[in-house]
Write a protein that binds this ligand. Structure first.
Ligand SMILES: [Zn+2]
Ligand SMILES: [Zn+2]
Length: 265
């Protein structure tokens, strides 16, 4: 019986990778590739949801697990039975996810009967939504870690579409690296601060920010670690060590004769 599960998962992943490859072709200007993307993605969703069902019991893949004999001819469940089962089992499948799955399946049927017209933008959006929904579902339930099965060529696209936390973080970190590469270590401010809002080391200099810095992950502009000039001596200190005077000028511990830093005797 384990064979059935393995086949399901393997075929699901193959379809997902194929769908991503076709999506990329579509993005590159080959409009009709979206047609194949829809077919592969629809196949993937059906298989992966059935696979999730088999995680409760392998025999649940069959319409009648109580039949006297079960063999290669035995009828298996369909997509909507899989969805119903997962919902009945207490899994959270949002109405939106279900609606998108239905929409995709209908589109696939139309494609197969050669009577479809496709709004590329609409298809792109729906595919992105479906991808993120299935990844979210995977993360919160069975957790086979879909992303670990994605081929290297499709990895970026997959994360872009799924817009997963991991993917967004990777992008934010790359943005930091790229920004630093464009700076001159002798002239420019190369500081990378910790963002206390999202807890990543992703705050870099940014002209549009009121503090002069912005987090590439969450957009936060504030950090007490940001260094500012002392209004008296001009030396740089992290904001949390500064005291503000009434005119808004920051004063460093030395200039305000902070006993922790200066021995006044
Ligand atoms: Zn942040
Ligand atoms: Zn000072």
């Amino acid at each position: 019986m384990a064979d059935v599960e393995l086949d399901l998962l393997e075929n699901a992943i193959d379809s997902l990778n194929e769908a991503l490859a076709k999506y990329q072709e579509g993005k590159d200007g080959e409009d009709k590739s979206y047609k194949f993307c829809v077919q592969h993605l629809s196949h993937f969703l059906e298989l992966i949801l059935k696979y999730y069902v088999t995680q409760s019991h392998p025999l649940l893949i069959y319409k009648n697990p109580f039949a006297k004999t079960i063999n290669g001819e035995s009828q298996t469940i369909g997509l909507f039975e899989a969805i119903n089962f997962l919902k009945n089992e207490g899994h959270d499948i949002s109405d939106k996810f279900e609606k998108d799955i239905k929409w995709l399946k209908k589109l696939r049927n139309n494609i197969e009967h050669h009577k479809f017209s496709m709004d590329v933008e609409e298809v792109e959006e729906a595919i992105g939504r479906l991808m993120s929904a299935v990844v979210e579902f995977d993360e919160s339930h069975e957790n086979i870690e879909l992303s670990s099965y994605i081929t290297a060529e499709q990895y970026d696209l997959f994360h872009e579409l799924a817009n997963t936390y991991e993917g967004r973080l990777r992008k934010a970190e790359t943005e930091v690296e790229e920004a630093l590469r464009g700076l001159d270590p002798k002239e420019d401010n190369m500081n990378v601060y910790h963002c206390y809002e999202c807890d990543h080391d992703t705050m870099i200099i940014n002209e549009d920010s009121s503090s002069g810095y912005m987090c590439t992950f969450c957009g936060n502009e504030e950090s007490e670690d940001i260094e500012v000039d002392c209004g008296i001596c001009g030396s740089q200190w992290p904001m949390w060590q500064m005291t503000s005077w009434e005119d808004g000028e920051s004063i460093c511990p030395y200039c305000r004769h902070d006993p922790e830093y200066v021995k006044d005797d």
